[in-house]
Design a protein around this ligand. Structure first.
Ligand SMILES: Cc1cc2nc3c(=O)[nH]c(=O)nc-3n(C[C@H](O)[C@H](O)[C@H](O)COP(=O)(O)O)c2cc1C
Length: 278
Protein backbone atom coordinates (compact mmCIF):
# COMPACT_ATOMS: atom_id res chain seq x y z
CA UNK A 1 0.00 0.00 0.00
CA UNK A 2 1.16 3.52 -0.81
CA UNK A 3 1.18 5.03 2.68
CA UNK A 4 1.62 1.87 4.75
CA UNK A 5 3.49 3.47 7.64
CA UNK A 6 0.97 6.22 7.99
CA UNK A 7 0.99 6.33 11.81
CA UNK A 8 4.76 6.84 11.88
CA UNK A 9 5.10 9.22 8.98
CA UNK A 10 7.34 12.30 9.01
CA UNK A 11 4.43 14.72 9.32
CA UNK A 12 3.47 13.17 12.69
CA UNK A 13 7.05 13.62 13.86
CA UNK A 14 7.05 17.22 12.70
CA UNK A 15 3.72 18.00 14.39
CA UNK A 16 4.90 16.38 17.61
CA UNK A 17 8.25 18.11 17.78
CA UNK A 18 6.84 21.55 17.01
CA UNK A 19 4.10 21.52 19.63
CA UNK A 20 4.35 24.50 21.92
CA UNK A 21 4.77 22.22 24.92
CA UNK A 22 7.43 20.03 23.28
CA UNK A 23 10.87 19.80 24.90
CA UNK A 24 12.37 21.97 22.23
CA UNK A 25 10.04 24.88 22.81
CA UNK A 26 9.32 24.74 26.52
CA UNK A 27 10.21 28.07 28.08
CA UNK A 28 12.13 29.12 25.02
CA UNK A 29 9.39 30.09 22.65
CA UNK A 30 7.69 32.95 24.47
CA UNK A 31 10.99 34.39 25.61
CA UNK A 32 12.50 34.16 22.15
CA UNK A 33 9.46 35.67 20.42
CA UNK A 34 9.30 38.54 22.91
CA UNK A 35 13.01 39.26 22.48
CA UNK A 36 12.55 39.33 18.74
CA UNK A 37 9.55 41.65 18.92
CA UNK A 38 11.38 44.07 21.19
CA UNK A 39 14.24 44.43 18.72
CA UNK A 40 13.47 47.36 16.36
CA UNK A 41 16.16 46.18 13.93
CA UNK A 42 14.44 42.84 13.45
CA UNK A 43 11.05 44.43 12.94
CA UNK A 44 12.43 46.94 10.40
CA UNK A 45 14.27 44.16 8.59
CA UNK A 46 11.17 42.00 8.22
CA UNK A 47 9.18 44.88 6.66
CA UNK A 48 11.59 44.36 3.75
CA UNK A 49 10.82 40.70 3.27
CA UNK A 50 10.27 40.72 -0.46
CA UNK A 51 12.38 39.91 -3.46
CA UNK A 52 13.17 42.50 -6.10
CA UNK A 53 14.57 41.57 -9.49
CA UNK A 54 16.26 44.87 -10.29
CA UNK A 55 17.49 43.83 -13.74
CA UNK A 56 14.23 42.36 -15.05
CA UNK A 57 11.81 44.46 -17.15
CA UNK A 58 8.95 45.83 -15.01
CA UNK A 59 5.31 45.75 -16.07
CA UNK A 60 3.18 47.97 -13.81
CA UNK A 61 -0.09 46.31 -12.78
CA UNK A 62 -3.32 47.80 -14.04
CA UNK A 63 -5.95 46.90 -11.43
CA UNK A 64 -9.59 47.79 -12.00
CA UNK A 65 -11.32 47.84 -8.64
CA UNK A 66 -14.66 49.31 -9.73
CA UNK A 67 -16.34 45.91 -10.03
CA UNK A 68 -15.69 45.08 -6.39
CA UNK A 69 -17.78 47.94 -5.15
CA UNK A 70 -20.90 45.97 -6.12
CA UNK A 71 -20.02 42.45 -5.04
CA UNK A 72 -22.49 40.58 -2.87
CA UNK A 73 -20.16 38.64 -0.56
CA UNK A 74 -22.73 36.09 0.55
CA UNK A 75 -23.42 35.19 -3.08
CA UNK A 76 -19.68 35.09 -3.77
CA UNK A 77 -19.14 32.49 -1.03
CA UNK A 78 -22.18 30.47 -2.15
CA UNK A 79 -20.89 30.41 -5.72
CA UNK A 80 -17.22 29.70 -4.99
CA UNK A 81 -16.04 26.46 -6.58
CA UNK A 82 -12.84 24.71 -7.67
CA UNK A 83 -12.92 24.41 -11.44
CA UNK A 84 -10.73 22.35 -13.72
CA UNK A 85 -10.70 21.67 -17.51
CA UNK A 86 -9.58 25.19 -18.37
CA UNK A 87 -10.04 26.20 -22.00
CA UNK A 88 -7.76 28.46 -23.99
CA UNK A 89 -9.69 31.73 -23.55
CA UNK A 90 -7.35 34.45 -22.24
CA UNK A 91 -7.92 36.53 -19.15
CA UNK A 92 -7.25 40.29 -19.12
CA UNK A 93 -4.16 41.89 -17.62
CA UNK A 94 -6.48 44.17 -15.64
CA UNK A 95 -8.22 41.10 -14.12
CA UNK A 96 -4.89 39.53 -13.20
CA UNK A 97 -3.67 42.83 -11.74
CA UNK A 98 -6.83 43.27 -9.67
CA UNK A 99 -6.50 39.80 -8.19
CA UNK A 100 -2.82 40.24 -7.42
CA UNK A 101 -3.33 43.60 -5.77
CA UNK A 102 -6.15 42.24 -3.60
CA UNK A 103 -4.03 39.27 -2.52
CA UNK A 104 -0.53 40.75 -2.22
CA UNK A 105 -0.88 44.56 -2.10
CA UNK A 106 0.95 46.75 0.42
CA UNK A 107 -1.27 49.04 2.52
CA UNK A 108 -0.73 52.04 4.72
CA UNK A 109 -3.39 53.93 6.70
CA UNK A 110 -6.18 52.06 4.93
CA UNK A 111 -4.89 52.86 1.42
CA UNK A 112 -2.79 50.99 -1.12
CA UNK A 113 0.90 51.84 -0.94
CA UNK A 114 2.85 51.80 -4.18
CA UNK A 115 6.49 52.87 -4.19
CA UNK A 116 7.99 54.46 -7.29
CA UNK A 117 10.43 52.14 -9.04
CA UNK A 118 14.15 52.62 -8.28
CA UNK A 119 15.80 55.84 -9.49
CA UNK A 120 18.67 55.56 -12.03
CA UNK A 121 21.08 54.87 -9.17
CA UNK A 122 18.90 51.98 -7.99
CA UNK A 123 17.75 53.84 -4.86
CA UNK A 124 14.35 53.00 -3.35
CA UNK A 125 12.78 55.01 -0.53
CA UNK A 126 12.26 52.13 1.92
CA UNK A 127 11.41 54.60 4.71
CA UNK A 128 7.80 54.55 3.52
CA UNK A 129 7.52 50.93 4.56
CA UNK A 130 7.31 51.88 8.21
CA UNK A 131 3.99 50.80 9.75
CA UNK A 132 2.58 49.41 6.53
CA UNK A 133 1.02 45.99 6.21
CA UNK A 134 -0.34 43.85 3.38
CA UNK A 135 -3.59 42.56 1.90
CA UNK A 136 -3.22 39.25 3.77
CA UNK A 137 -2.15 38.53 7.34
CA UNK A 138 1.25 36.99 8.03
CA UNK A 139 2.56 35.24 11.17
CA UNK A 140 4.76 37.78 13.00
CA UNK A 141 4.43 40.13 9.97
CA UNK A 142 7.33 38.21 8.44
CA UNK A 143 5.83 37.72 4.95
CA UNK A 144 7.62 34.51 3.93
CA UNK A 145 5.71 34.03 0.66
CA UNK A 146 6.75 34.99 -2.86
CA UNK A 147 4.55 34.66 -5.91
CA UNK A 148 5.63 33.74 -9.44
CA UNK A 149 3.39 33.57 -12.48
CA UNK A 150 3.58 31.35 -15.50
CA UNK A 151 1.66 33.58 -17.89
CA UNK A 152 0.19 31.51 -20.71
CA UNK A 153 -2.70 33.54 -22.12
CA UNK A 154 -3.21 37.05 -20.76
CA UNK A 155 -4.42 39.86 -23.03
CA UNK A 156 -1.96 42.71 -22.65
CA UNK A 157 0.98 40.64 -21.32
CA UNK A 158 3.39 38.39 -23.25
CA UNK A 159 3.62 34.75 -22.26
CA UNK A 160 6.50 34.07 -19.89
CA UNK A 161 7.62 33.69 -16.32
CA UNK A 162 7.05 36.65 -14.01
CA UNK A 163 7.57 37.54 -10.36
CA UNK A 164 5.11 39.67 -8.41
CA UNK A 165 6.82 42.76 -7.06
CA UNK A 166 4.70 43.86 -4.10
CA UNK A 167 6.64 47.06 -3.54
CA UNK A 168 6.14 48.64 -6.96
CA UNK A 169 2.81 46.89 -7.78
CA UNK A 170 4.48 45.47 -10.86
CA UNK A 171 5.40 42.21 -12.53
CA UNK A 172 9.05 41.51 -13.24
CA UNK A 173 9.52 39.50 -16.41
CA UNK A 174 12.09 36.79 -15.66
CA UNK A 175 11.75 34.84 -18.92
CA UNK A 176 9.81 35.64 -22.07
CA UNK A 177 8.18 32.75 -23.97
CA UNK A 178 7.20 32.80 -27.66
CA UNK A 179 4.32 30.39 -26.96
CA UNK A 180 2.36 29.43 -23.83
CA UNK A 181 4.56 26.92 -21.99
CA UNK A 182 3.03 23.40 -21.98
CA UNK A 183 2.31 22.08 -18.48
CA UNK A 184 3.15 18.42 -19.15
CA UNK A 185 6.00 17.28 -16.90
CA UNK A 186 5.52 20.24 -14.53
CA UNK A 187 2.33 19.16 -12.75
CA UNK A 188 0.87 15.68 -12.32
CA UNK A 189 -2.68 16.55 -13.41
CA UNK A 190 -1.89 18.50 -16.59
CA UNK A 191 -4.62 16.71 -18.56
CA UNK A 192 -7.25 17.40 -15.90
CA UNK A 193 -6.42 21.10 -15.76
CA UNK A 194 -6.14 21.64 -19.53
CA UNK A 195 -5.16 25.17 -20.52
CA UNK A 196 -5.14 27.56 -17.54
CA UNK A 197 -4.41 31.14 -18.59
CA UNK A 198 -2.01 31.58 -15.66
CA UNK A 199 -0.36 29.21 -13.20
CA UNK A 200 0.63 30.96 -9.97
CA UNK A 201 3.49 29.37 -8.07
CA UNK A 202 3.52 30.13 -4.36
CA UNK A 203 6.98 29.81 -2.80
CA UNK A 204 8.32 30.53 0.67
CA UNK A 205 11.65 31.90 1.85
CA UNK A 206 11.67 29.73 4.97
CA UNK A 207 14.29 31.67 6.89
CA UNK A 208 12.06 34.76 7.08
CA UNK A 209 9.70 32.91 9.42
CA UNK A 210 12.28 30.54 10.89
CA UNK A 211 14.32 33.39 12.44
CA UNK A 212 11.48 34.06 14.86
CA UNK A 213 9.59 30.79 15.24
CA UNK A 214 12.12 28.07 14.44
CA UNK A 215 10.74 24.88 12.87
CA UNK A 216 7.26 25.74 14.14
CA UNK A 217 7.21 28.54 11.57
CA UNK A 218 6.43 26.05 8.81
CA UNK A 219 2.96 25.68 10.30
CA UNK A 220 2.42 29.41 9.77
CA UNK A 221 3.87 29.38 6.25
CA UNK A 222 1.40 26.68 5.18
CA UNK A 223 -1.48 28.57 6.78
CA UNK A 224 -0.49 31.70 4.88
CA UNK A 225 -0.24 29.92 1.55
CA UNK A 226 -3.72 28.45 2.21
CA UNK A 227 -5.08 31.89 3.02
CA UNK A 228 -3.69 33.29 -0.21
CA UNK A 229 -5.29 30.55 -2.30
CA UNK A 230 -8.64 30.85 -0.57
CA UNK A 231 -8.79 34.60 -0.99
CA UNK A 232 -7.85 34.25 -4.64
CA UNK A 233 -10.44 31.51 -5.23
CA UNK A 234 -13.20 33.68 -3.82
CA UNK A 235 -12.16 36.85 -5.64
CA UNK A 236 -11.48 35.09 -8.96
CA UNK A 237 -14.93 33.46 -8.97
CA UNK A 238 -16.56 36.75 -7.98
CA UNK A 239 -14.88 38.33 -11.03
CA UNK A 240 -16.17 35.58 -13.33
CA UNK A 241 -12.85 33.70 -13.53
CA UNK A 242 -12.23 30.04 -12.77
CA UNK A 243 -9.73 28.88 -10.17
CA UNK A 244 -8.32 25.70 -8.65
CA UNK A 245 -5.62 24.83 -6.12
CA UNK A 246 -3.19 22.23 -7.39
CA UNK A 247 -1.46 20.10 -4.79
CA UNK A 248 0.41 18.02 -7.37
CA UNK A 249 3.39 19.90 -8.75
CA UNK A 250 6.77 18.28 -9.42
CA UNK A 251 8.62 20.41 -6.89
CA UNK A 252 12.18 19.89 -8.15
CA UNK A 253 11.25 20.74 -11.73
CA UNK A 254 9.23 23.81 -10.80
CA UNK A 255 11.93 25.05 -8.43
CA UNK A 256 14.50 24.76 -11.17
CA UNK A 257 12.12 26.57 -13.58
CA UNK A 258 11.82 29.40 -11.03
CA UNK A 259 15.56 29.44 -10.34
CA UNK A 260 15.19 28.72 -6.61
CA UNK A 261 17.12 26.12 -4.63
CA UNK A 262 14.22 24.36 -2.86
CA UNK A 263 15.95 24.75 0.53
CA UNK A 264 16.33 28.44 1.24
CA UNK A 265 13.29 29.14 -0.94
CA UNK A 266 10.94 26.30 -1.89
CA UNK A 267 7.69 25.68 -3.72
CA UNK A 268 4.56 25.39 -1.57
CA UNK A 269 1.78 25.08 -4.14
CA UNK A 270 0.34 26.04 -7.51
CA UNK A 271 -2.88 27.91 -8.21
CA UNK A 272 -4.65 27.63 -11.56
CA UNK A 273 -6.48 30.58 -13.03
CA UNK A 274 -8.39 31.08 -16.26
CA UNK A 275 -11.69 30.20 -17.88
CA UNK A 276 -13.52 26.89 -17.62
CA UNK A 277 -16.93 25.85 -18.85
CA UNK A 278 -17.52 23.71 -15.77
C1 LIG B 1 -4.78 22.46 -0.32
C2 LIG B 1 -5.66 22.05 -1.47
C3 LIG B 1 -5.13 21.31 -2.49
C4 LIG B 1 -5.91 20.93 -3.59
N1 LIG B 1 -5.35 20.23 -4.61
C5 LIG B 1 -6.09 19.90 -5.68
C6 LIG B 1 -5.50 19.18 -6.76
O1 LIG B 1 -4.32 18.86 -6.75
N2 LIG B 1 -6.28 18.85 -7.82
C7 LIG B 1 -7.60 19.21 -7.89
O2 LIG B 1 -8.24 18.89 -8.90
N3 LIG B 1 -8.20 19.90 -6.87
C8 LIG B 1 -7.47 20.26 -5.78
N4 LIG B 1 -8.04 20.97 -4.75
C9 LIG B 1 -9.47 21.36 -4.82
C10 LIG B 1 -10.34 20.42 -3.98
O3 LIG B 1 -10.45 19.18 -4.62
C11 LIG B 1 -11.72 21.08 -3.80
O4 LIG B 1 -11.58 22.24 -2.99
C12 LIG B 1 -12.72 20.13 -3.15
O5 LIG B 1 -13.02 19.05 -4.00
C13 LIG B 1 -14.04 20.84 -2.78
O6 LIG B 1 -14.67 21.40 -3.94
P1 LIG B 1 -14.97 22.97 -4.06
O7 LIG B 1 -13.66 23.72 -3.86
O8 LIG B 1 -15.50 23.19 -5.46
O9 LIG B 1 -15.94 23.34 -3.01
C14 LIG B 1 -7.29 21.33 -3.63
C15 LIG B 1 -7.80 22.09 -2.60
C16 LIG B 1 -7.01 22.47 -1.53
C17 LIG B 1 -7.60 23.33 -0.44
Amino acid sequence: MLFENIAASEDALYLHSTKLQSEFYTGLFTEQVQKWQDDPNQVAKSARNFKIFYNAPFFPMRPDLQKFKRINWERAVLQRRSQRHFDSRPILFSQLSTLLLLCTGLKKNGKWLKLPPPDPLGHVDMGQLQSCNRALPSGGALYPLELYLLVRRVKGLSPGLYHVNVLFQALSQLVRHDQPMPLAGTIAQDVLFGEPAVVLFVTAVFERTRVKYGARGLRYIMLEAGGLGTQMNLLANAMGLSFCYDGGGYEDRIESLLGIDGEREGLISQLMLGHSKE
